[in-house]
Design a protein. Structure first.
Length: 209
């Protein structure tokens, strides 16, 4: 069974407070989102296994540690998820990056795939799907279905802010996926925005609001 982990680290909470503010412009917003992703990555990878490896230091031979098992991949959900990639790669620079693009059908309100490009060996990797916001959960649920359809089984989801409705949808659709959350907010409003949230993360990252 997957876990739901809300990260209470003071630095994460402090930085989330800054990106919530209407006075935070796009340049600062982008930088802080990246910093939050880096800090969340540090926490979310705490469970990665290590293996012993013999190395040579300038003084002598010794046994050091290195990551064991599956290699990692970061898969942002376009477009807002792009804002979290740089921070993730700062912590795990050897990770490969895939991209999943979804839009909401205006009539059915269901997510529709328009782009999916993954590393060739993605099924053999431990994959972190990233998106700043988990609102209704529709896009995240669909993106993870797409990954599973392509043989990926070791999947984690990471978001900066989540609504309870989105968490519930994820738990019901993908009970095997760990969910890492920076802040769990109160609810969704009638327009599907997270309350108190921070508005549209994609618009604020790319200055298109």
């Amino acid at each position: 069974m997957g876990k739901v982990i809300v990260m209470e680290h003071p630095l994460i909470q402090h930085k989330i407070g800054w990106i919530r503010r209407t006075t935070t412009g796009s340049r600062d917003f982008r930088g802080i989102i990246s910093e939050i992703a880096m800090l969340m990555c540090y926490e979310a990878t705490r469970g990665l296994e290590l293996a012993d490896i013999e190395i040579e230091t300038p003084i002598c031979r010794t046994v050091a540690k290195e990551l064991k098992g599956k290699k990692l991949a970061v898969v942002p959900i376009l477009r807002a998820g792009l804002g979290m990639v740089e921070g993730m790669l700062t912590m795990i620079p050897a990770a490969k990056v895939g991209h999943i693009g979804l839009y909401r059908d205006p009539e059915t309100l269901e997510p529709v795939e328009y782009y999916c490009k993954l590393p060739e060996d993605c099924a053999e990797r431990e994959v972190f799907v990233v998106d700043p916001m988990l609102a209704t959960g529709g896009s995240a649920v669909a993106a993870i279905h797409m990954l599973k359809d392509k043989g990926v089984r070791n999947i984690h989801f990471m978001c900066v802010i989540a609504a309870p409705e989105g968490v519930k949808a994820m738990e019901e659709a993908h009970p095997d996926v760990d969910i890492y959350i920076g802040a769990l907010d109160e609810k969704l409003n009638e327009h599907g925005y997270i309350v108190p949230g921070l508005g549209d993360a994609g618009d604020r990252i790319f200055g298109t609001q």
